[in-house]
Design a protein around this ligand. Structure first.
Ligand code: SF4
Length: 415
């Protein structure tokens, strides 16, 4: 395994393709790596993931440097094809009907991993192409999820991030009811795993039972990612979602009461068709009041095959950008206040890697920073040479820059 494309014989590009920005990023990556291949024709390029599933034929036709386009339906065949050095061009196939496989993975050299408990989605948010790309919601059998968690534990993983498109629904397809909280209670007895993080919980599964499960398992972090998407009831209805900003504010207030140190992340979309200035004001006021720890803001893009793409009342691109920047600035000011609060305090930090051995500089994440999205914490002050990647240490937080923090090792090592 190498992350250096010039050193690789096979370059595998895992793409995302659910919104315009993601498609652009995926295509730019393919083109950049096609350029690497053009400098050394021995290499082979394999494109997989959602963009490959969604635009199989177009990619195969438009980018001749790509040797194989293979959608999510057959991505587990890639290793075998490479072993046989036979990249048969995969016919586009529908997303699989079940999720029973337990593929052993090659893990990157990092102390965290994702544990996907289900794939696909049975919701029909009107803007969303994910059900078209990834198919119906289907869960991994509970014993397979537990087995995979223990396998990750044996590999030395310290943090698992539980994911699915609709995590709280886990089990519905297999067992006729959600078994998510039961699953959470079974995720124990590990040698290495110290942190379990729950991502992508739709708001209607955030209830007493879930909170009891979070509180009942010490490994589960007080961190919830709950996508809300909007606050205006009119826009939410047009999105084929439920509720209103006031419901979500009540949910947030309750969560902060029952778990006082809870960290909340959400995502929202600006510029959905028909989003009037009043709807946007409602969203802005909601963001102000909700005071999220982390907020992902997405600009609406019409996606092929989705009902929203046919709606009238498209918001002009310039207005969408303006709304995006306005909310980004608002959330920046919220983050500034929240980050200032963290200065001078001590938190557990999972060390991911050493940046500079002479300086004793390490990169890690506080427990309230999810991988890849919430920034990093840089740690200095390891005069004993005692810090190793994969350790959880206690660090005193000194300063921040955007969502990254700088801190020093505090007394002794953590867990
Ligand atoms: S719940 Fe998420 S994945 Fe499912 S349709 Fe809605 S936005 Fe898409």
């Amino acid at each position: 395994m190498t992350e250096e494309p010039f050193a690789a014989d096979y370059i595998i590009i895992n793409t995302c393709g659910f919104i315009e920005a993601a498609k652009r990023e995926s295509i730019n990556t393919i083109l950049e790596l096609a350029e690497v291949k053009n400098q050394s024709s021995q290499k082979k390029i394999i494109v997989t993931g959602c963009l490959a599933q969604r635009y199989h034929d177009e990619l195969a036709k438009e980018i001749p440097e790509v040797d194989l386009v293979i959608g999510i339906a057959k991505e587990f065949n890639i290793a075998e094809m490479i072993r046989l050095d036979n990249l048969r061009d995969g016919e586009p196939a529908a997303p699989p009907q079940d999720f029973t496989s337990y593929p052993e993975r090659v893990l990157p050299n990092l102390p965290y991993a994702y544990l996907q408990v289900a794939d696909g989605c049975d919701n029909r948010c009107s803007y969303c192409a994910i059900p078209i790309i990834r198919g119906k919601f289907r869960s991994k059998p509970i014993e397979k999820v537990i087995e995979e968690a223990h396998w990750l534990d044996e590999q030395g993983i310290k943090e698992i991030n539980i994911i699915a498109q609709d995590t709280g629904r886990y089990g519905y397809d297999l067992y006729g009811r959600s078994r998510f909280t039961e699953l959470l209670s079974l995720l124990t007895g590990f040698k290495n795993i110290k942190w379990i993080r729950l991502l992508y919980l739709q708001p209607y599964f955030v209830n007493d039972e879930l909170i009891d499960a979070v509180k009942g398992n010490q490994l589960i972090l007080s961190y919830l990612d709950i996508p809300i998407q909007h606050a205006s009831p009119k826009t939410l209805r047009a999105m084929n979602r439920h509720g209103a900003g006031s419901d979500y504010l009540a949910l947030i207030a309750w969560l902060r009461r029952v778990i006082p140190d809870i960290v909340l992340r959400t995502s929202i979309i600006v510029g959905f068709p028909g989003e009037s200035p009043t709807d946007f004001d409602e969203l802005t006021q909601f963001i102000e009041k909700a005071n999220f720890d982390y907020l992902g803001i997405f600009e609406y893009s019409p996606e092929d095959g989705t009902p929203a793409a046919k709606l009238s009342g498209r918001v002009a691109e310039k207005i969408i950008k303006g709304r995006y920047h306005q909310l980004t600035a608002l959330q920046d000011s919220i983050n500034q206040r929240r980050n200032e609060d963290r200065i001078g305090k001590i938190y557990d930090v999972l060390i991911e890697r050493e940046i500079d051995s002479k300086e004793g500089l390490f990169e890690g994440r506080a427990w309230w920073q999810a991988p890849e999205v919430d920034g990093y914490t840089y740690i200095t002050g390891d005069s004993q040479g005692s810090i190793k990647p994969g350790q959880i240490i206690k660090a005193r937080f000194d300063e921040f820059d955007g969502c990254d923090f700088h801190g020093r090792i505090a007394s002794g090592l953590g867990k």
